[in-house]
Write a protein that binds this ligand. Structure first.
Ligand SMILES: Cc1ncc(COP(=O)(O)O)c(C=O)c1O
Length: 400
């Protein structure tokens, strides 16, 4: 009986692995491909261990050192005086921010989910759980960005306690500098999507644009393990937020994840610049080729993209239909019409491959060929790009 379960489990995981890594074009901007060196850390003993800030557990001398090392690397990668790698995800970091900096009934400003804001911090998520008063930036749909003039008036009028920049749909840098200048509340940048680009110096630099904190996921454009992180140059705000993590939000910090994050941060320190430049170049190439092929893309007035995201421009029902048909062709995106270039860039695709990817996407979006036809072409393309780039050359040594 248990033998059968294991066989089923093993088979399912292997089928997933084979399909998503060897047969699919992975275009979800929330995802990426970790290096073997990063992933090998999950096979160490660390994943079975605890450490704690009050030193309750014994046997942690190396685990504690590892945590300090990961935080040192995070500070270096982002030019931050303070770093906390304990949050288990971007959402957990968001939660720490709101629990530390707001009280019931206080105002929080962010991008509305209808405009691509992350729902988790809005009235749909933590906003209602913590009984906050959620307000939303004025948004310029054509520019696919926050409207600076109207949002500045809104900030002056409402004086939100926390202003959250960053979003789930984020093709262009947010006007953090302009708007933090008129805010008396704490400005926080949720860089979940763009941390890899920020580490590479290619997007914006929130900690030097008036934000007291930058938080985010460690697995989207930053090709690390699934997890979260808090960064800051402001001691007072950082200690308030970091102080909420234990024992309030995270108990076991998942030490194997922390080790894996440290590897990804070394990769960013070493290769972040060329990686981030290549990601943005690929987004622009993909967008231009899509448009040339007759596919509608948002953000034309600002050059389509300065991030890892290209946004298709169709109504929500059509986007869902497109995503389903793309999936049948092994082109994996999401129902919101986002196409991401981080993972393809990691796997070595360049601008000329973006032309090919755009052609394949266009065949589906415009209904010119059936998914089966496109799927065959996708599979033969994907076979040529099987080794992550921008990684350390050392071969991971197995753990005994
Ligand atoms: C802007 C933003 N913040 C936070 C999150 C949550 O991140 P995680 O999945 O790491 O909890 C997301 C998820 O996509 C996001 O887009």
């Amino acid at each position: 009986m248990s033998h059968n379960y294991f066989e089923r489990l093993d088979r399912t995981v292997r089928l997933h692995q084979e399909w998503r890594t060897k047969e699919c074009l992975n275009l979800i901007p929330s995802e990426n491909r970790g290096s073997n060196q990063m992933r090998s850390m999950f096979l160490s003993d660390l994943g079975n261990r605890y450490n704690a800030p009050d030193k309750f557990y014994r046997g942690t001398k190396y685990a504690d050192e590892l945590q300090s090392l990961a935080e040192e690397l995070a500070r270096k990668a982002f030019g931050a005086r303070y770093a906390d790698v304990r949050p288990l995800s971007g959402h957990t970091a968001d939660m720490a921010v709101l629990l530390a900096l707001t009280r019931r009934g206080e105002k929080v400003l962010s991008v509305h989910p209808d405009n691509g804001g992350y729902p988790g911090i809005t009235h749909l998520g933590l906003g209602s759980l913590l009984q906050l008063e959620n307000h939303y930036f004025a948004y310029d749909d054509r520019a696919v960005n926050i409207d600076v003039r109207e949002s500045a008036s809104l900030i002056k009028k409402e004086q939100p306690k926390v202003v959250f920049f960053g979003a789930s749909f984020i093709p262009f840098p947010h006007p953090a500098k302009e708007l933090s200048a008129v805010s008396e509340g704490t400005c926080v940048y949720d860089g979940s999507h763009v941390l890899g680009l920020i580490a590479g110096g290619e997007f914006q630099d929130p900690l030097r644009e008036g934000c007291s904190l930058m938080i985010g996921s460690t697995h989207k454009s930053l090709p690390g393990p699934q997890g979260g992180m808090i960064l800051s140059n402001n001691e007072e705000v950082f200690s308030k937020v970091s102080g909420k993590i234990h024992p309030g939000i995270v108990d076991n910090i998942h030490l194997d994840r922390v080790a894996a994050l440290a590897v990804a941060l070394i990769e960013m320190i070493q290769f972040g610049k060329p990686y981030a430049q290549a990601v943005v170049k690929n987004s622009q190439a993909l967008a231009k080729a899509l448009v040339a092929g007759g596919v509608k893309v948002r953000g034309a007035s600002a050059g389509y993209s300065k991030s890892h995201q290209v946004l298709l421009d169709y109504d929500p029902e059509r986007l869902k239909l497109i995503a389903a048909r793309l999936e049948q062709a092994n082109i994996i995106g999401d129902n919101g019409g986002r196409l991401g270039t981080s993972e393809l860039t990691r796997m070595g695709y360049g601008p000329s491959e973006m032309d090919t990817v755009a052609e394949l996407v266009a065949l589906i979006v415009l209904g010119k060929k059936p998914p089966d036809f496109v799927q065959k072409k996708v599979k033969s393309l994907v076979k040529q790009f099987q080794q992550p780039r921008f990684v350390l050359t050392s071969t991971p040594k197995p753990f005994d």
